[in-house]
Design a protein around this ligand. Structure first.
Ligand code: PEP
Length: 260
């Protein structure tokens, strides 16, 4: 079973939600819970304002801290932006890159995603790169082409050694925040294609070691069948990561099905 070659990852994306109070409550509940937290790799991607607090609170919780965006330059006249080194200095280890909300609302192109991916890796931040098709693209039957294009461009400057630091999240745009989860078969078909594409780019050994997550309205009720899919190694979770109890249930299912 190839799953033994990769990390099982459950990552939360708080988007533009949360404050110091909700963060404290979250980690208090995490620390009190009996859910096994050392079997899956758990990551909480918070707004940049909460990175340092999350890093402090996450100690002894077995959670790693991430954030949701970065600029590809190291410094300069980019008002309002944060570089990879700034985010790392604040305490982040992971960064979400190319989330569909950034692509849609902030004009993030595949080329920008590639630049950010390269800058993150060169700085030592671990990217969680999001790829996913729109409803329209799925209806026109071009899902796999779209995913391949996004992936190939995002990884265009990444070599096989750098690939070890990268996580890929398949997030169909039509499933994010809609309550409409991909079926396990749809999710597996695309995640398998992602791995095939990685194999063509980097070879079988490198491809089998990349953790591929599913994201899009995942919750404790549908996580099990998604995690059972051969090429799916975890989840990127939006809404259901906001409350520790909901997120912990998903972690528990992950620990049971994909954990080791
Ligand atoms: C996301 O924002 O990455 C996400 C998957 O959101 P949700 O789980 O709320 O669909």
């Amino acid at each position: 079973m190839d799953k033994r070659y990769r990390k099982a990852i459950i990552a939360g994306n708080w988007k533009m939600n949360g404050d110091n109070t909700s963060l404290k409550t979250f980690f208090k509940e995490v620390k009190q819970s009996k859910t096994p937290k050392n079997i899956t790799k758990n990551i909480l991607c918070v707004p940049a304002t909460l990175i340092t607090a999350a890093q402090g609170l996450s100690k002894s919780s077995k959670f790693s801290v991430g954030t949701q965006n970065m600029h590809f330059e190291q410094s300069g006249a980019y008002t309002g932006e944060l570089s990879a080194s700034m985010i790392m200095e604040a305490g982040a280890e992971y960064v979400i890159i190319g989330h569909s909300e950034r692509r849609k609302f902030f004009g993030e192109t595949d080329e920008i995603v590639a630049k950010k991916t390269t800058a993150a890796v060169l700085s030592g931040l671990k990217p969680i790169i999001c790829v996913g098709e729109t409803n329209c693209q799925r209806n026109f039957g071009v899902t796999l082409e779209v995913i391949r294009r996004q992936l190939k461009i995002a990884l265009s400057s990444i070599d096989a050694v750098q690939l070890k630091k990268i996580v890929i999240a398949y997030e169909p745009v039509w499933a994010i925040g809609t309550g409409r989860t991909a079926t396990p078969e749809q999710a597996q078909e695309v995640c398998k294609e992602i791995r095939t594409c990685l194999r063509e780019m980097y070879g079988a050994k490198s491809a089998r070691a990349v953790s591929i997550l599913y994201g899009g309205s995942l919750n404790a009720n549908n996580a099990r069948e998604i995690f059972e899919q051969y090429d799916i190694d975890g989840a990127l979770v939006g809404g259901a990561s906001l409350k520790a109890q909901d997120f912990l249930k998903i972690i528990e299912i992950g620990a049971e099905i994909i954990g080791k």
